[in-house]
Design a protein around this ligand. Structure first.
Ligand code: KIV
Ligand code: NA
Length: 265
């Protein structure tokens, strides 16, 4: 088995095949998702919330995300590992973007990077692609801009906003991005952008017509306490872990654990 590449992503769009993407932040879950055949794993800056306990993605740094990226890369053999460039690690311009991306590729073993924004980051995308770094764009709700957006809300609603979002996505394709995440936009916008672009669209709250779908794994597995409308829960890990913790505690208190088979003679 070889790694999934940008050529595979392009071929899937050509064939009209839909594919899944999940986030991953550690070796054991990354291996599970890799073995399950998830072709692309994103080490998201959502780690700020689900790993580090912050209430937005803004505080997390390249140094915070690098070890997580390296763990995911080491634990997988097939998935393309995409590193999310965190807030303030690429906004200064192409040189800063290249410096940050290089760390994720060299120290983190990533195969591609993702950054947020449309036209305003086109120079960064061009420079990265010219340097050999595949780039995944991200438009619509871009959580690193939560303070200028004024909250986590649906983007691209209405004619003008929809057209602006489409123009941003086209600009990213023109700059050389191999795919683009569409977050929290009306399904109609997800469909229009997907039809207009030659590169893959990856939806999260962007309706059923995107080329791919992504979810934060703790959201889709039922570990996150509160989730957005666009999340579907495919498991109830919080319940499972709560039950395991209670059972362990009760058996320790009652003396049932450890039994003979867990003990050395
Ligand atoms: O950080 C993240 O998890 C993301 C995905 C939700 C697209 O950016
Ligand atoms: Na992100």
């Amino acid at each position: 088995r070889r790694r999934v590449t940008v050529r595979d992503i392009a071929a899937a769009k050509e064939r009209g095949e839909r594919w899944p993407m999940l986030t991953a932040y550690d070796a054991l879950t990354a291996r599970v998702f890799d073995d399950a055949g998830i072709p692309v794993l994103l080490v998201g800056d959502s780690a700020a919330m689900v790993v580090y306990g912050y209430d937005s993605t803004l505080p997390v740094t390249v140094d915070d995300l690098l070890p997580l990226t390296a763990a995911v890369s080491r634990a997988t053999t097939r998935a393309m590992v995409v590193a999310d460039l965190p807030f303030a690690s690429y906004q200064e311009g192409p040189e800063q973007a290249l410096r940050s991306a290089a760390r994720f590729m060299k120290e983190g073993g990533a195969h591609a990077v993702k950054l947020e924004g449309g036209r305003r980051v086109a120079p960064q995308v061009e420079a990265l692609v010219a340097a050999g770094v595949p780039v995944m764009g991200h438009v619509g709700l871009t959580p690193q801009s939560v303070n200028t957006i004024g909250g986590y809300r649906v983007q691209g609603r209405g004619h003008e906003a929809g057209e602006a979002l489409l123009a941003d996505a086209k600009e990213l394709e023109h700059a050389g991005a191999f795919s683009v995440v569409l977050e929290c936009v009306p399904s109609e916008v997800g469909r229009r952008v997907t039809e207009a672009l030659g590169i893959a669209t990856i939806g999260i709250g962007a309706g059923p017509d995107c080329d791919a779908q992504v979810l934060v794994w703790q959201d889709m597995a039922g570990l996150s306490p509160r989730t957005a409308k666009f999340v579907k829960r495919y498991a109830d890990l919080a319940d499972t872990l709560t039950g395991a913790a209670h059972a362990f505690a009760a058996e320790v208190a009652g003396g049932a654990f450890p039994a003979a088979e867990h003990s050395y003679s």
